[in-house]
Design a protein around this ligand. Structure first.
Ligand SMILES: Nc1ncnc2c1ncn2[C@@H]1O[C@H](COP(=O)(O)OP(=O)(O)O)[C@@H](O)[C@H]1O
Ligand SMILES: [Mg+2]
Length: 641
């Protein structure tokens, strides 16, 4: 007798369940997706013990008739796909027909459903994949599914579940995602201890963000204008009659955070493709690229990005959980997103505000799960992971101000104490920004204001204090000049007109063999960037000219820095990266230093130049350049509003 056997259905379902149902949040995900596919306008989730004990999801969607309700629990039973061709353009959230049988296989599940066309509904009970009971029942239109004792019959899986708070935070994150993707629908997430999320249908994404996170986060975000592009039609494949595929449109819209918001993990990146919440390396990389030279390395912004493209452009059938996707034109999507975000940052020029809001991150959002921060789940969905920006921690938290206030001399000079500022920033989220209101004074014209700032003087010959009708401004003179020179250098480099200065004495640079190789590899870029160097015996080069503006005492440090950054980039050396590194180093070593007194006209000149830059808000290393203490915050601190 042969040794190969077909697995019995219950065993096959349990195996499938392992792929689809990883934890309570996966159950919630599948059930909410089903509700969305059923056209529900309101979705309510009740969760007990982080979903380990009970998950109850109710919708007002189309419901099911008795036959469909039973069929739904057969493997690969779906109303959403008919042929393999349909797989190429999936417009529904679900399509695999696996979720219900998988969940039923590893829990005690009750389905209550009534199709709106039928007078009465159906109640079906399963335990461990076995059908226990089917009965007719008077029910409201729509569907309710209750999942009790998830993994009760798979102890090995149950053991791997995390603390209730952790599982709940996964569920909260998930519902937050769907609520963002579907602002026109009502979502309600409830636990035994209270309401986690309750949002009614919202007119705009802006309103939905306000409902979920409150006004303080909104102040740290800029909504950018949707951008669209044509995805180029692919070249005809060999043997194919060319040019049948029409070009398709791709668009992106959403929110991006100001550079003062610096996250150490990716949990505040909300990414959607055709309203499907996804995780994707390509998009992640595009975001990081867009924020290069705006945020310090290894920091992430808050971003809510909504991509729309034809369903044929994205394969969602990559993983059973459907959070991974494959783009048909991956490189194109990557570059489109990167450019769109760069453009969005350049247009809105989001200036850091001071004092930074006490709850600028979703971490502190009213709906965040309690105990969120106690455990950090492996899937990396926990929130938190904040850090003060490299500029010195001007960011406020519930705790007293970090030491920043003192080096700035802020408290002494202006008579504003850290506590004052903290108090001004602490009112409950959303108490002063109503849903329709735009963040206004911190919006796009913040950059235009830069050009009309009135410099009042310097603090410790390092920070320019300036005023405008919009408020009080602090400008770090060194990084401001750095940003100006950085962009000027890049512009000159593009025109091929970098100015050089010849050194009176060549500078002899000692290089290790590995460094020599790197130097050789980038010789062309170095030459175009204003460096003139010649081999000078064993392991040395003679540097005869450097870019104009670099002071002689800085040359040694500049060269050392460039060699070092070449080494760091060695693995992923790209000419764009090398150029930016060189530009950043040159700018840094040519810029006005701190502890340098500046005359009035010099300050005016610097602010005007800064206003002309593309990204005036951060220096090329990602430190903030400008802090704005907005009029509203000033009025609040003086109890005048
Ligand atoms: N909340 C619901 N309302 C109406 N129909 C539903 C609901 N949940 C599931 N169904 C029906 O059951 C089928 C099977 O669901 P599921 O196992 O999740 O597979 P899929 O979503 O991939 O089709 C769906 O195709 C749909 O027809
Ligand atoms: Mg489904």
């Amino acid at each position: 007798m042969g040794r190969i056997r077909i697995l019995p259905e219950p065993v096959a379902n349990k195996i499938a369940a392992g792929e689809v149902v990883e934890r309570p949040a996966s159950v919630v995900k599948e059930l909410i997706e089903n509700s969305l596919d059923a056209g529900a306008g309101r979705i309510r989730a009740e969760i007990e013990a982080g979903g380990k004990k009970r998950i109850h999801i109710v919708d007002d969607g189309c419901g099911m008739g008795r036959d469909d309700a039973l069929l739904a629990f057969e493997r690969h039973a779906t109303s959403k796909l008919r042929s393999a061709d349909d797989l190429l353009s999936i417009a529904t959230m679900g399509f695999r027909g696996e979720a219900l049988p998988s969940i039923a296989a590893v829990s005690r599940l009750t389905l209550e459903t009534r199709s709106l066309e039928e007078p009465s509904g159906t109640r079906i009970e399963f335990a461990g994949g076995k059908l226990l009971n089917v009965q007719e029942s008077g029910l409201p239109g729509g569907t309710a599914i209750t999942v009790n004792g998830l993994f009760y019959n798979v102890p090995a899986r149950r053991k791997f579940l995390r603390a209730e708070a952790t599982e709940l935070s996964h569920i909260t994150t998930l519902v937050t995602h769907y609520a963002l993707a579907f602002p026109e629908k009502a979502f309600h997430l409830e636990t035994q201890t209270g309401e986690m999320i309750r949002v009614s249908p919202a007119g705009t994404l802006h309103d939905r963000v306000f409902q979920l996170f409150g006004g303080e986060l909104l102040e740290d975000l800029v909504e950018f204008q949707p951008r669209t592009a044509e995805i180029p039609a692919p070249p005809p494949e060999a043997g194919e009659e060319g040019g049948t595929a029409a070009s398709a449109a791709i668009s992106i819209s959403g929110f991006l955070s100001r550079p003062q918001v610096q996250k150490l993990n990716r949990n505040s990146l909300y990414l959607f493709v055709n309203r499907r919440h996804i995780r994707d390396r390509v998009l992640l990389h595009a975001i990081q690229e867009a924020y290069r030279n705006v945020l310090p390395p290894h920091c992430f912004p808050v971003a809510m990005l909504f991509l729309e493209m034809p369903h044929t452009e994205v394969d969602v059938n990559v993983h059973p959980a459907k959070t991974e996707v494959r783009f048909r034109h991956q490189a194109f999507v990557h570059d489109f997103v990167r450019e769109a975000l760069r453009e969005a940052l350049a247009v809105s020029k989001p200036i850091s505000t001071f004092p930074a809001g006490a709850s600028m991150a979703p971490d502190a959002a009213p709906n965040a799960a309690p105990g969120d921060s106690h455990e950090s789940p492996a899937a990396g969905q926990s929130r938190g992971g904040e850090r003060s920006p490299a500029g010195g921690g001007f960011r406020l938290t519930e705790r007293p101000l970090p030491p920043m206030a003192t080096p700035l001399g802020f408290d002494a000079t202006l008579g504003i104490t850290a506590e004052d500022i903290a108090r001004a920033a602490t009112p409950a989220a959303g108490s002063f920004l109503s849903p329709g209101e735009t963040p206004g004074e911190t919006g796009p014209d913040a950059a235009a204001e830069l050009a009309h700032l009135q410099p009042l003087g310097q603090i410790r010959d390092s920070f320019i204090v300036a005023a405008s009708p919009a408020g009080l401004w602090l400008i770090d003179q060194h990084v401001a000049h750095e940003r100006v020179l950085f962009e000027q250098f890049l512009a000159k480099r593009e025109r091929g007109s970098v100015e050089t200065q010849r050194l009176l004495m060549p500078y002899i640079l000692h290089l290790s063999p590995a460094q020599q190789a790197l130097w050789g590899q980038t010789a062309e870029e170095l030459a175009a960037s204003g460096f003139e160097a010649e081999p000078f015996g064993q392991g040395t080069v003679a540097v005869k000219a450097v870019p104009a503006g670099v002071k002689s005492e800085e040359i040694e440090k500049l060269l050392a820095e460039i060699v070092e950054s070449l080494e760091k980039e060695a693995r992923a050396i790209s000419s764009e990266r090398v150029l930016e590194k060189i530009a950043a180093s040159v700018a840094c070593h040519a810029a006005i230093k701190i502890n340098t007194p500046l005359e009035q006209n010099k300050m005016e000149w610097l602010l005007a130049e800064l206003a002309r830059t593309r990204l005036p808000m951060s220096c090329p290393h990602g430190r903030p350049v400008v802090l704005k203490y907005g009029m509203r915050e000033i009025l609040k601190a003086f109890h005048r509003m």
